[in-house]
Ligand binder design. Sequence first.
Ligand SMILES: N[C@@H](CCC(=O)N[C@@H](CS)C(=O)NCC(=O)O)C(=O)O
Length: 325
Amino acid sequence: MLTIYGEGRGFRVIWLLEEMGLPYKLRSVDLLAGADKDPEFLAVNPGGFIPALVDGDVTMVESIAIMEYLLARYGDKSKSKAPLAPAPNDPAFAMYQQFLHLGEAGLGANIQVVVVSGFVAPEGERDNWGARWALNQFNNRMKLVKRQLARAPYMAGDNFTAADISVAYTLNLAIRRGGIVLDDAEKAYMARLTARDGYKRTLDACPATKGFYESIPPACSPRTRNRSRLRAGREIGRSRPASAAATPPNCSARAASRSRRFPSCRRRRSPDRSSPWLLLRKKTGLLECTPQRRGDRRSHSSNAILPRCASPSGTSERSSTWPPK
Ligand SMILES: N[C@@H](CCC(=O)N[C@@H](CS)C(=O)NCC(=O)O)C(=O)O
C-alpha cells in the first residue's frame, strides 16, 4: 500500500493517485506539534517537511519527484483514460516536463516566500526585498503559463496531465495567500481542472486543504473588490459598518458577509494551531494569529491552512496590504 505523509503539497500526489485510480493511505502529519514529536514521520523524512511517500522499501520526498516515480512505476496500472504523462516521443512531452517542474520550482518555491513573508514573518519584516523579488520571479514565470493557455487548454497541450496538477496546486495557494489575481484564461483553466471528478475526490480525501480552500476566497482585483464591498453594503440595507473597514478583500458579497461573521483578523482569539510556521512565530511571541473559524481547529494534521494574522494593534495584515508593490 502506498502511504502519503501529510497534505500540503501532498495534495498533488493524492490528486495524481485519484486520477490514476490507485489505492493509497494518507497519514496525517502534525507539523505544528513538531516533527520531533512524531518519530515515525521523522524516520521517513528527517527533514521534517511534507509530503513524503513510502512504498514498500521506497521512501522519498519532493512532490514532483514522487509524481514522476508513481507515473513511471505504476503508469501501466493507471485507470485514467488518457495518459497523465505523455511518452517521451509524444510532441507534448517537452511542455509536459517543463510545466511539471515549473509548477513547483518556478512558481511554488517563489510564492512560498511571498506567503510566509506576508502571513508569518514578523510585522516589520513582511514587506522585504526577498519577498518582492520572489513575487517578481513568480510573475515572470506566470508569463509562460499565460502564453501556453493562449495556445492550448492544458499545460502539455490538448490533454490534462500531471503538469496541470503541479501548476494548479500552486495557483490555488497563490490566489488565496499570495494576493495573485488570475486573468480570465487562467480562471477558465482553473475551472476546467477543479471540475474534474479526480479533483473533487482529492478534496474529500484532504480535509485540511478542503477547509483552507473553502474558507479563503481567491484574491480579486481592486475594482472587483470595491464592487463587491458596495454590493455587500447594499445587501444588508445600510452603509458599511465601521467595523467592516478591515474586512479582507473578498470577491463576493457572500464572502464579505462571511468574513464579518468570522472577523478573525480583528479579534484576539487563541492562536491558530494549523500552521507549523506559526509555531516558530508563537514561540517568539511576535504575532497573534487566529483561526478562520472554529471548525478550522480540526485541521491540525497539516500546514495546509495558513492563518489570518493580526498585528498586536489589531490592524488587518491580510492581502489587502499584501503582496508588496
Ligand atoms: N519542494 C517541496 C516543498 C515541500 C514543502 O515546502 N512542504 C511544506 C508544506 S507544503 C512544508 O512541509 N513546510 C514546512 C517545512 O518545510 O518545514 C515539495 O514539492 O514537496
